[in-house]
Design a protein around this ligand. Structure first.
Ligand SMILES: NC(=O)c1ccc[n+]([C@@H]2O[C@H](COP(=O)([O-])OP(=O)(O)OC[C@H]3O[C@@H](n4cnc5c(N)ncnc54)[C@H](OP(=O)(O)O)[C@@H]3O)[C@@H](O)[C@H]2O)c1
Length: 245
């Protein structure tokens, strides 16, 4: 059994895969979560081939039963949870006059509703870790769109603003249990999600997944008395989508 363990959602690519690799390199046993089993298997195979202690659980974070299963299987495998990374997310752009309830619900369930459900299911494990070392960490991936709502990404922006508020609430509610929460709020990160904007922002001009990893690594090293509620990652000049589409 590893000394530390983590669950990372959205771990089959992009930000989640990079954070999962770092956590495993830092000695965590890591449960990788994403929906598509084949893509997840590729990520699992990569990390396993690097000698890292990982397991994989295909699941939809929009599904309450899937979340319960992921946490329970993780507990059976590793017996503890020191770091939870609620990173799975989806953005579906649309002008307000063309929104559909179905697309709204997918974004709400994936980006926002999944967080309280994961906290609820993982509370005992996180509390045990917090009691042991006062540094149980939950990282919630928000976005700069949660700090400043984006036109045509209004529902996505609202879910990501909700992530920030929910993270603040968790710090107030769970602070005395040694459970700390941080919302990550990046602008464009060079991942599959930003393929749509590559003709206007070159990948090398975007934030890199290594920048997000560096921030999470820093969070792991904080002393018990220090909480970082959010980290904003901007492009130079604070550029967002506005004016680009
Ligand atoms: N890239 C950016 O510029 C940027 C900026 C700000 C915030 N973010 C946020 O960063 C997070 C990660 O995005 P990324 O850029 O790394 O994108 P990505 O490379 O497309 O990765 C998204 C990951 O989430 C998984 N996922 C999506 N829906 C899921 C669901 N319902 N249940 C379980 N897993 C799910 C995907 O796998 P499956 O599709 O197989 O499930 C994949 O592993 C998201 O929350 C996103 O909103 C990204």
């Amino acid at each position: 059994m590893p000394d530390r363990a983590a669950i990372v959602t959205g771990a089959s690519s992009g930000i989640g895969l990079a954070i999962a690799r770092m956590l495993a390199e830092e000695g965590h046993g890591v449960t990788l979560v994403a929906r598509r089993p084949q893509k997840l298997q590729v990520a699992y195979d990569q990390l396993s081939a690097e000698g890292l202690d990982v397991r994989h659980a295909a699941a939809n974070v929009g599904d309450e039963a899937d979340i319960a299963r992921v946490v329970s299987d993780h507990a059976n495998a590793y017996g503890r949870l020191d770091v939870l990374v609620n990173n799975a997310g989806i953005g579906i752009g649309a002008p307000i006059g063309e929104l559909t309830a179905k697309r709204m619900d997918i974004q709400l369930a994936t980006n926002l509703r999944s967080l309280p459900l994961f906290y609820r299911e993982a509370l005992d494990l996180l509390s045990a870790a917090g009691e042991e070392h006062a540094n149980a960490l939950v990282v919630n991936t928000s976005s700069v769109a949660g700090k400043q709502g984006e036109a045509w990404l209004s529902v996505y922006s609202a879910t990501k603003a909700g992530v920030i508020a929910f993270t603040q609430a968790m710090n107030r509610e769970l602070g005395d249990r040694g459970i700390k929460s941080t919302a990550l709020c990046p602008a464009f990160v060079d991942t599959a999600m930003t393929e749509f904007v590559r003709d206007r922002v070159a990948p090398q001009e975007m934030i890199q997944t290594s920048d997000i990893v560096a921030a999470v690594r820093m969070l792991l090293t904080l002393s018990a008395g220090c909480v970082v509620p959010e980290i904003v990652f901007q492009l130079p000049g604070g550029r967002q989508l506005e004016g680009m589409i």
